[in-house]
Every structure is written in C-alpha cells, then in structure tokens.
Design a protein around this ligand. Structure first.
Ligand SMILES: O=C(O)CCC(=O)C(=O)O
Length: 280
C-alpha cells in the first residue's frame, strides 16, 4: 500500500497484493485500485455509451425518471444494465482483481455472488453533494456485522477531483445496524482518482457523491456492485414468465413474479420493471 495514513483512502498499485486489497476492504471498508482499467478501456467504454445514448434517445427519459434520481441528484444522467447493451461492459465487469476480491470478501456469507448493478453515471456541473448513505439501505432488515453482504465499485471513467465531486467515504463506518445514524461529515474523506482507478468499498460503508462545483467538468463513473447470491427468489420468474406472457396477467401476479421494484431493488431501466410490459 502506498500510504498508511488513517485518514486517507487506502490505495493499492499494480501488481496488487491480494491480502492487502482484501484487508483494506474488510477492515477499513474501502480501497482504491490504481489503474484498474486502462485509458483505452475507459475511452472505449465512454464512446460506446455515447453511441448507445445517441441511438436510443428514449434512455434519457428513463434516466430522468430513475428511482435512484433522488439519491443521485437532478444533474446526473444514468444508464442501467450495461451488460445487455454496451459491448465492452462484459469485460469491464469481469475485471479480475475486482471480481476476485468481491468473491473472497463475500465468501464468508455466500459461496456464489451476483452482479447487483452495472451502471453508468455522469454527474454534471451543478450536481449537489449527496447525503451520506450506505448501499445496503434497501436490504434494511439485514443486520450489520463483520462480513458484508455486498460491495460497490465506483470506477473513474474520467478523473475524480475534489472540485468535480469525487466520492466521499467515511472509513471504518461499516458493520453497523441498518438504522445506524450517518456519521458526521467531518469524518468523511474524498477519493480523488485518475481515469482508470477504481474505488471498491463495502456496501455498508457510509459514502456519498460530492458536489460538482466546476464549470464544465462532467464526472463520469462506471459503477457496479456485487452481492451475496442468496438474496433472491427460489424461482427465476422473470425468465420463466417473460414480458409477453406476463403482460397478460393481473397486476398483482405481475408484481409477485418480480415485475415490481422495492425501493431501488429490482429496477428495470432505472424504474419499475412493469414498464417492460408496456413495450411488448
Ligand atoms: O457519485 C458518486 O461518486 C457516488 C454515487 C452514489 O453513491 C450513489 O449514487 O448512490
């Protein structure tokens, strides 16, 4: 690790030391992997996102009405479920060091893991600082503890600076009960990163996107998360009853089959998966 200061987000450089990486996530709650992605990967990602958004103008509307919008701030554009639409997303998700760390750190609670989100966010000038929150708030009855049930990644597709709103984290704030009050802002530090660096943190760690106070510097994020695989239904109902069939059913049954969202869980295109039934 390049620093042992307790008030700075731990940072690991290539070749990453697995033990150091895992310890930082488990014990401090967060780590930055320098150069997790190459400059070329970031630029390819951004140009594929741009192409997709140009070809699918309807996505802007989903982004504008995203259920996550309340947390993300009005001047944030969002694109969800990247693996289905953005060609390079598959290799971005399968960044070996990140997935490997997720598997090891989530292992005490689950042998298998799931990708819980793969999202693009652009946080524009004028976006306000978010409230400090944990990404586990949706699973609000799962008790906290030593081992996390999920991890979050904020990968810098453009530089994250103090001025453009680099992610704030409160180191060591993880593991509390679901209703633990947010810590004081004075305990938060900003994860400034160069393009290609990735911040990996426990989903029960308090964090927030910062205010973008610049004139024109859009902060671009590839965000993903991994979770224990047992937080799901027994049957995979949206596969066995796909939208054309589900569209014929009563709303209550659609909801029971998973064409519904609970807070920010189960989102489709940033919102209620029932929207998929209108498209059939
Ligand atoms: O903008 C960031 O860096 C963090 C975003 C975040 O935590 C969220 O949208 O929930």
């Amino acid at each position: 690790m390049t620093t042992n200061e307790t008030s700075v987000v731990p940072r690991v450089s290539r070749p990453y030391d697995q033990e150091e990486l895992d310890d930082a996530v488990r014990n401090r709650g967060a780590v930055i992997l320098s150069e997790a992605y190459s400059r070329e990967q970031c630029e390819t990602f951004l140009s594929q996102i741009e192409d997709y958004l140009r070809e699918h103008p309807e996505e802007a509307e989903y982004a504008a009405s995203s259920v996550l919008g309340y947390f993300q701030g009005e001047t944030t554009s969002t694109l969800h479920s990247l693996v289905g639409t953005i060609p390079c997303a598959a290799s971005m998700v399968l960044q070996r060091d990140i997935v490997g760390c997720a598997r090891r750190v989530l292992k005490p609670l689950s042998d298998t893991i799931l990708l819980t989100i793969a999202e693009y966010m652009a946080r524009h000038p004028g976006v306000e600082r978010q409230q400090l929150h944990c990404d586990t708030f949706s699973w609000r009855h799962v008790p906290g503890g030593e081992n996390p049930i999920a991890l979050t990644v904020m990968a810098a597709m453009s530089d994250f600076t103090a001025e453009n709103g680099a992610t704030w984290v409160v180191l060591d704030s993880h593991g509390g009960p679901p209703d633990v009050p947010a810590p004081d802002w004075s305990a938060a530090v900003q994860a400034e990163m160069r393009q290609g660096d990735a911040l990996l943190f426990r989903a029960d760690l308090f964090h927030a996107g910062g205010a973008n106070t610049t004139e024109s510097d859009v902060r671009r994020i590839f965000s993903m998360g991994f979770q224990v695989a047992w937080l799901r239904t027994v049957e995979n109902s949206t596969l066995s009853v796909p939208p054309p069939k589900a569209a014929e059913l009563e709303p209550e049954l659609q909801e029971l089959l998973g064409y519904s969202n609970e807070l920010v869980l189960g989102l489709y295109k940033g919102g209620d998966p029932k929207n998929s039934l209108k498209l059939v």
